[in-house]
Design a protein around this ligand. Structure first.
Ligand SMILES: NC(=O)C1=CN([C@@H]2O[C@H](COP(=O)(O)OP(=O)(O)OC[C@H]3O[C@@H](n4cnc5c(N)ncnc54)[C@H](O)[C@@H]3O)[C@@H](O)[C@H]2O)C=CC1
Ligand SMILES: CCCCCC(=O)CC\C=C/C=C/C=C/[C@@H](O)[C@@H](O)CCCC(=O)O
Length: 372
């Protein structure tokens, strides 16, 4: 490979490994330098290599905290070269994330590398609930080919499908009555979805409850893991229409902070977040080209709150958080689908569109406030 490569990563071992395996004639391992120095070094590299007419390859390898310091920067004209190099590096997911800094960027570049929702097929679990309905509508307004609606409750399925048909045209949805804890039925539903729509690109694990502990763990955590595995290993790699498939797990901000009002629910959602980050590592991505991300809503106005045990009701007033309208979760889903890095965790609260969760800046101040 001809060119200049600049690598930075908080994980020195991985970076060294990559250098050993892939580095070109000139490589600059910069793991201990502050971000600003790295950016300067990268700028100089781009300028120099452009002068010398060679291709600069500049990327970070931070798979754990894909945030501002994991920016991947390159010149549009070198995209092809980058593509070929990155595909051999298991880093291809990283260039979904475009820099939050003044590197060359363009509408063309973004559209060339963002996940394209148009024409895809999605499965949404818990599709008839408050958030589920919004997710389905949002996918359809973004021109997906079809959505399979999975829910244990079929009471309003016909009515909901009829309203979708009126809004988005015929044959866009397939309702399947499925309990997500019944894995055989889930597998059957996945196959029916593929038979019906011809492919499968997006799986949204949204079904969730508060209630009896066993059911909370089974539905919120176990079923999310089982369905993600089914999608990740069996269905998405085989049936995705484009380069990538995507799994989005709907967790909660109660999966990011210990939510003492609902300890078991909070535990189940922490599990979902941890599982998402683990399966969403680039070591897995390189085998399947499937991204795994989580979206964590804040308190949202749906029927889930009705399932709350009366013991916990007494604490509700202790926690001051705004209850947002479910609508914002639809917009957030599309943002995460298009822009999310593999393994990234997103928050959507207080009626604001999703932002990527950064443990360093978000968790520590709140935990500090709670203990002091
Ligand atoms: N509403 C809120 O404040 C927040 C909700 N969430 C999460 O969002 C997701 C959706 O919740 P909401 O729409 O608020 O609740 P919801 O109660 O309105 O909807 C949940 C849907 O899941 C379905 N469902 C329940 N058990 C199922 C099973 N075993 N198999 C298949 N479907 C099943 C229900 O029939 C219902 O349609 C859940 O995972 C929840 O934990 C996360 C953060 C905040
Ligand atoms: C009855 C609960 C229904 C379950 C639906 C949810 O997922 C609720 C999640 C909503 C609120 C969680 C609040 C957690 C609050 C605290 O841990 C707090 O200290 C963190 C606040 C930080 C923030 O606003 O992001």
């Amino acid at each position: 490979m001809g060119g200049v490569m600049v690598l930075w990563d908080s994980y020195r071992t991985k970076t060294s490994l990559l250098l050993r395996q892939y580095a070109g004639p000139v490589s600059l391992p910069l793991w201990h330098f502050p971000y600003n120095i790295l950016m300067l070094a990268s700028t100089a590299t781009i300028l120099l290599s452009t002068l010398l007419s060679i291709s600069p390859i500049i990327f970070s390898g931070s798979s754990r905290t894909p945030n501002s310091d994991s920016a991947l920067c390159f010149l549009p004209t070198h995209l092809q070269h980058l593509n070929s190099v990155c595909s051999g590096l298991s880093f291809s997911a990283q260039y979904q994330y475009l820099p939050k800094h003044p590197w060359p960027d363009s509408a063309w570049l973004r559209s060339a590398i963002m996940f394209d929702v148009k024409g895809t097929v999605a499965i949404v679990t818990g599709a008839l609930g408050g958030i589920g309905r919004v997710l389905v509508r949002s996918l359809l307004s973004n021109n997906v080919k079809g959505v399979a609606l999975l829910d244990i409750n079929d009471a309003q399925a016909d009515e909901f499908q009829a309203s979708l048909e009126k809004e988005f045209g015929p044959n866009k949805t397939l309702f399947l009555k499925v309990d997500v804890t019944d894995f055989e039925k889930v597998k059957d539903a996945f196959q029916k979805c593929v038979d019906h729509f011809g492919n499968l690109d997006i799986v949204v694990n949204n079904a969730g409850i508060i209630g009896k502990i066993e059911m909370v763990i089974k539905i919120n955590l176990l079923a999310t893991i089982q369905i993600s595995n089914l999608a990740f290993f069996d269905f998405l790699p085989k049936y995705k229409k484009g380069k990538e498939g995507v799994i989005i797990n709907i967790a909660s901000i109660a999966g990011l902070y210990p939510y003492y009002v609902l300890p078991d629910y909070s535990a189940s959602k922490h599990g979902v977040v941890a599982y998402t980050q683990a399966l969403g590592s680039n070591a897995h991505y390189q085998n399947t080209q499937v991204k795994v991300m989580a979206l964590c809503p804040g308190g949202t106005d749906t029927d889930i709150w009705k399932g709350m045990h009366e013991y916990y009701q007494q604490f509700m007033n202790d926690i001051k958080f705004t209850i947002q309208s479910p609508e914002i979760i639809g917009e957030s889903l599309i943002k995460v689908l298009k822009k999310g890095n593999n393994g990234s965790i997103w928050v959507s609260k207080n009626d604001k569109p999703a932002f990527e969760f950064d443990y360093k800046s978000e968790t520590l101040p709140i935990l500090w406030k709670q203990v002091s």
